[in-house]
Design a protein around this ligand. Structure first.
Ligand SMILES: NCc1[nH]cc(CCC(=O)O)c1CC(=O)O
Ligand SMILES: [Mg+2]
Length: 336
């Protein structure tokens, strides 16, 4: 209804009317700048020991810890839905953790056996393995710790190199150091090349922030640090220029793809990183970002599907070429 005294017979003197391009769904599709595709998605998945295990993670509804048998079935389905890659995270039982994390490079360890089985059963799926000590250490830190509680850099890198080599030997397509020790990308690249794994790539968690958004993931892995926090190795959320420095170093050291993590509170970082490099940029839509949407949806407070698509689209719009997301399967189903 028009108000009384409306003068629509005299149009505004307005030559540019952006609404012209929004009139119909067809027009909106024609001028859409950012398209979210299943090709953009990497699905992080959790593997646990045993058989016939599918245990939901309390703070991540819809995400499960799978034993290998059920994981293989799930990956087969995910691959049928068009998802190209998974990022694998192991749930290590307490009795296999120690303060050196040596289980991480056991050639017959959970990750190594799982990668072998995946590449045998579903060779087309790209398998990305996590290189960091926290699932394997009793203290839950990503590095070795000295008697003063200091996280040691170079001795940790030595272990990370062994871990990466064991994952490459198992058949991983990409290794993804998520620990934030200095120099680890270069050390891993050199070791991979020296051992003949020239085609195993590195997806570097280059700008990884000390974020409270990782809480649900640490529940999933039982990997919450037993003391202190991760602020001496993960980045200060207040810093942007430092992210560009980290990215630059990882590229110089041989990273094939770089990552910003988390994603949603760091869209500005994704945008700046995209402008500085021609390498593919990945963004990690982390567990806390997932949990927030799930929780609000369970309360009936938001339209879950629309919020998921809008959120992931914002990451692509910011410049992410790839998005690691626990929503990958749901989104693949939505985009079918
Ligand atoms: N190397 C640890 C690691 N690898 C991926 C995540 C978090 C992922 C998520 O929250 O979804 C973390 C947590 C941490 O740094 O404490
Ligand atoms: Mg670094």
């Amino acid at each position: 209804m028009l108000p009384e005294n409306s003068t629509t017979d005299k149009p505004l003197n307005c030559f540019q009317r952006p609404r012209r391009l929004r009139q119909t769904a067809t027009l909106r599709r024609m001028v859409r700048e950012t398209i979210l595709s299943v090709d953009d998605l990497i699905y992080p998945m959790f593997v646990t020991e045993g058989e016939e295990q599918k245990v939901e993670i309390a703070s991540m509804p819809g995400c499960y810890r799978y034993s290998l048998d059920l994981l293989l079935k799930e990956i087969a389905e995910v691959s049928r839905l068009g998802i190209n890659a998974i990022a694998l995270f192991p749930v290590i039982p307490e009795n296999k953790k120690d303060d050196t994390g040596k289980e991480s490079y056991n050639l017959e360890g959970l990750v190594q056996q799982t990668v072998k089985a995946i590449k045998q059963a579903i060779p087309e799926i790209v398998v990305i393995t996590d290189v960091a000590l926290d699932p394997f250490t009793t203290h839950g830190h990503d590095g070795l710790v000295d008697e003063n509680g200091t996280i040691l850099n170079d001795p940790t890198v030595e272990v990370l190199v062994k871990m990466a080599l064991s994952q490459a030997a198992a058949g991983a397509d990409f290794v993804a150091p998520s620990d934030m020790m200095d120099g680890r990308v270069g050390a891993i690249r050199q070791a991979l090349d020296a051992e003949g794994y020239i085609n195993v790539g590195i997806l570097a968690y280059s700008a990884k922030y000390a974020s409270a958004y990782y809480g649900p993931f640490r529940d999933a892995l039982d990997s919450t640090p037993k003391f202190g926090d991760k602020k001496t190795y993960q980045m200060d959320p207040a810093n942007a220029r430092e992210a560009l420095k980290e990215i630059e170093l990882d590229i110089a050291e041989g990273a094939d793809m770089v990552m910003v993590k988390p994603a949603l509170a760091y869209l500005d970082i994704i945008c700046q990183v995209k402008e500085t490099t021609n390498l593919p940029v990945a963004a990690y839509n982390v567990s806390g970002e997932y949990a927030m949407i799930k929780a609000a949806a369970q309360m009936g407070w938001i339209d879950e599907k629309q919020v998921i698509l809008e959120t992931l689209t914002s990451m692509k719009r910011a410049g992410a070429d790839l998005i690691l997301t626990y929503f990958a399967k749901e989104v693949a189903l939505m985009l079918l």
